[in-house]
Design a protein. Structure first.
Length: 193
């Protein structure tokens, strides 16, 4: 009997040491089944944790990627609109057109454009200038959650007193944008080619 009890552990072994053979086998089977019964929920919990942790990590990564894609779409939309506003100006309603540029601007670019608006209004009116812009391509060169640099390819057809039939102009612009008040605003515009 002592030999049979050696395979068991702790209290269970001491209890089973005094039991006769056939009932002892049933009792051992019951103890083993009970232990397995406790092991099954623990094993399932462990298996679920092993599945849930990678699934949670993938969910977080997918959410981050979705947020970044949405941010990039917002940046490109703002840059495209800013470039379109900047290349589409009409002397007949220059106040409205210049206000469109200013509403999507911030910082030094906004201050400089606003300071030149009076002079530009006279110049555009004297030359009867009309510029119809079209954004052909836009791509993000660099971006984070606070700022972005976007390269824009745009064309415009310009008519004025000197060119009543119109002239085509091609623009390669670099726009710097910043995220302010929930919007992407243009803080700088450079002609790059």
């Amino acid at each position: 009997m002592a030999m049979a009890a050696r395979g068991t552990h702790g209290m269970t072994g001491r209890i089973l040491a005094g039991v006769t053979s056939p009932p002892r086998r049933a009792l051992v089977a019951a103890v083993v089944a009970a232990r397995r019964g406790r092991a099954l929920p623990v094993g399932l919990a462990l298996a679920l944790a092993l599945v849930a942790v990678p699934a949670g990590w993938l969910g977080v990564q997918q959410h981050r990627q979705h947020q970044q894609e949405r941010r990039d779409q917002d940046i490109l939309a703002a840059a495209r609109q800013s470039a379109l506003n900047f290349t589409s100006l009409d002397y007949r309603h220059y106040d409205r057109d210049s206000q469109n540029v200013l509403s999507g601007a911030t910082g030094d670019f906004k201050r400089q454009f606003a300071a030149q608006t009076r002079q530009l209004t006279k110049l555009v009116a004297q030359n009867r200038s009309v510029s119809q812009g079209q954004v052909l391509e836009a791509g993000i060169a660099d971006a984070d959650d606070e700022s972005a640099r976007v390269l824009v390819v745009a064309d415009s057809t310009v008519t004025n007193v000197a060119a009543p039939k119109g002239r085509s102009r091609n623009y390669r612009l670099q726009l710097d944008l910043v995220h302010e008040g929930g919007r992407w605003l243009t803080s700088d515009v450079e002609f790059v080619g």
